[in-house]
Every structure is written in C-alpha cells, then in structure tokens.
Design a protein around this ligand. Structure first.
Ligand code: UFG
Length: 325
C-alpha cells in the first residue's frame, strides 16, 4: 500500500503539480481544498476532501480517515497586493490556518510537515541574492503571514512531534510539461500569465514601476518552474527530517530576470508584440528577489532546478494556454 501524503491546497496551482509528482513517485496524495482557487479537474491523482483550512472539524475527520504520516501545506492566500488591502483575511487564512493545522497534526500523529513559504519573507533585502541568513523583514501582510507561520513551526515542532521542512519559493511559474495542469489565465495577477494573455489576445499589459533601482528600472525576480518546485517536495519526502527539527531552503534558480526581460521572452516564444503600457509601482512589491544558498537544497536533499532557461519556462506556460483555449 502506498504511503499517504495529505496535501492542503492540492487542487491549486503548485499543489496539483505536487500531487501529480507524488503519484508518479509511488505516494497517494489526498487533497484537502476548499476550492476557492482550486480546480476540480486538477484533482486526478488521489482522493479529495472538500474543506476549509480553518474548519477544524473537517480537518479532524479527514486526518482521522486518511491517517497520513506527512502533511504538505499549500492552502493559503497568495496575492501580495491583495494582502495590503485585506490584511486580516491573510493573517486568518495563512497564519491562523497554519497554527490550527499544526495542532491537528499533533493530535493525529503526523510525523513530517512540509510548508510552502515564500521569498516575500525577505521583504526588501539589503543585498542580493538573498541567503538563508539574510534578515527576514517582510514588507507586506502576505510575507508577514508566512513568516509568522514559520515561527509557529519553529516553536511547535518539538511539542507537536513533527519534523518540519520549510520551502521559501521564489516566483513559481510555468506549467506541467504534459499540459495536464497549469497556471490560471483568467483574472490572473501574476506576471507570466498576464503577459501570455496580452501577447495572445492583443490586450494591453502594464509594467508596474519603471523607476526601481535595477538594471532596467523594472522589478527583478527569480522565476522557478512549478515542476521544479513540486520536485523539491518529493526530495524532502525522500529524506525526512528528525522529529522536532526544522530545516529551511530557498527554492529558486539563483538567477533574476527583470519584468522587461520576461516580456521579451514571451514575445520571442509567442512571436507577437505586446501592447506595452506603464503604471505606478504596485503596493507591496520588492525591487529584487533572487535566491541565494540554493546549494543547500542540492547538498541536503539532492534537489536542483532543472529548468533554468526563462524561454523554456515561458514555453510551457504558452503550451498550457494553447491547451486551454
Ligand atoms: N508585474 C507587472 N505587471 C503585471 C503583473 C506583474 O509589472 O501586470 C510585475 C510585478 O510588479 C512584479 C513582477 O511583475 O514586479 C512579478 O509579479 P508577480 O505578481 O508575478 O509575482 P510577485 O513577485 O508579486 O509574487 C510572487 C508570488 C508570491 C511570492 C513572490 C516571491 O505571488 O507568492 O512571488 O517572489 F511571495
């Protein structure tokens, strides 16, 4: 019988890619998702329980039924700008949601906990790339809600009897190379789906801020393929951490691209010009976030990003757009 892994947010973007890889690696992923952002057709690799992360009764019932050894916690709100407008919602779902889940893991004898954190915990870092010793000073409630969750995990791991792996993802993007899963285009706030839609449909695209202190004035990010992000979780499962211990990794490529450079990549791959506009800076945005210390994941988990070429990442996003339209 294959080992059960309980995946909160398993119907979402990163969660569904993770479930696919879990199944391919012999695990049984059980998705727990309230379907607020998830897609029912993405839940195809194992059973599903519809439930909210803040619903303790539902969580109890699901953990009781499936008795997982490992919980992978993706369920969260993820929009930086929205978090500046709806901070209480973000603290509730992301921070309280994680705290409640830790308590449930303790009650149900979960042994390993893998947490989706974010580069947003670094805020506006004083130097680049950001290493694991770069101070964590978030500049938006989203980043704070994830940093608080990290704190909870540090403080509770021993008492809850869990070994914790924290992944600080940089900018997850791209889509399943087999085009079964992918990013959301409609109503998307993220850069690559917006650029692809603009290039494909001739709708305008606005750059948020061209006066940042970067090489071309636009924000720089470390774009990491969702497939590589998902694979990091398999690597963590395959080398568990001791109970009571917490280990943290930056999950990125270690190279940054500006908004303009990503735009050029999308134009290259799709072969059409984007109708470019310029807008003010977006609230909560850091100027540059590039992952440092990526060798830690290589040496401890044997994980390394496979997709280091931005064009390859954009191409998978474009393939998914074509599959969806
Ligand atoms: N951008 C534009 N125009 C757009 C959309 C985005 O110029 O229409 C810019 C943003 O201002 C930013 C960059 O593109 O400079 C990337 O923005 P995204 O919205 O794609 O991603 P973020 O960097 O805001 O956030 C993502 C995740 C967070 C994570 C963060 C870590 O959504 O969960 O990466 O780097 F915390």
């Amino acid at each position: 019988m294959s080992e059960t892994v309980f995946v909160t947010g398993g119907a979402g973007y990163i969660g569904s890619h993770c479930c696919k890889l879990l199944a391919a690696n012999g695990y049984r992923p059980v998705t727990y998702d309230n379907m607020s952002n998830g897609r029912p057709d993405f839940v195809r690799y194992g059973p599903m329980v519809e439930g909210d992360i803040l619903d303790g009764f539902r969580l109890d019932a699901a953990l009781q039924e499936y008795r997982p050894k490992t919980v992978v916690h993706f369920a969260a709100l993820i929009e930086v700008e929205e978090s500046t407008r709806e901070p209480t919602l973000y603290y509730d779902v992301n921070a309280s949601g994680t705290l409640g889940l830790i308590e449930k893991c303790k009650e149900h004898g979960v042994e390993q906990f893998i947490f989706s954190s974010t580069a947003a915990v670094y805020g506006e870092p004083p130097s680049s790339p950001v290493t694991l010793s770069t101070p964590t000073v978030p500049i938006n409630p989203y980043g704070w809600s994830k940093l608080m969750s990290e704190r909870f995990l540090h403080d509770c791991a021993a008492d809850a009897g869990i070994g914790v792996t924290i992944f600080r993802y940089f900018n997850a993007c791209g889509s399943d190379p087999d085009t079964e899963l992918g990013m959301r285009f409609e109503g998307a706030s993220h850069l690559i789906p917006r650029l692809i839609t603009a290039a494909a449909e001739g709708t305008g695209f606005s750059i948020f801020g061209t006066d940042y202190d970067t090489s071309d004035g636009t924000c720089v990010r470390d774009y990491i393929h969702v497939w590589d992000v998902a694979n990091a979780h398999i690597a963590a499962l395959n080398s568990p951490v001791e109970v009571g211990c917490v280990r943290t990794f930056n999950i990125g490529v270690g190279r940054g691209f500006s908004v303009r450079e990503v735009l050029e990549s999308v134009e290259r791959i799709i072969g059409s010009k984007i109708d470019l506009k310029f807008a003010d800076r977006r609230a909560g945005d850091a100027s540059e976030l590039i992952a440092g210390d990526i060798d830690e994941a290589a040496s401890e988990l044997g994980w390394k990003a496979k997709y280091t070429n931005i064009d390859a990442i954009v191409r998978h996003g474009w393939d998914w757009y074509l599959a969806e339209h």
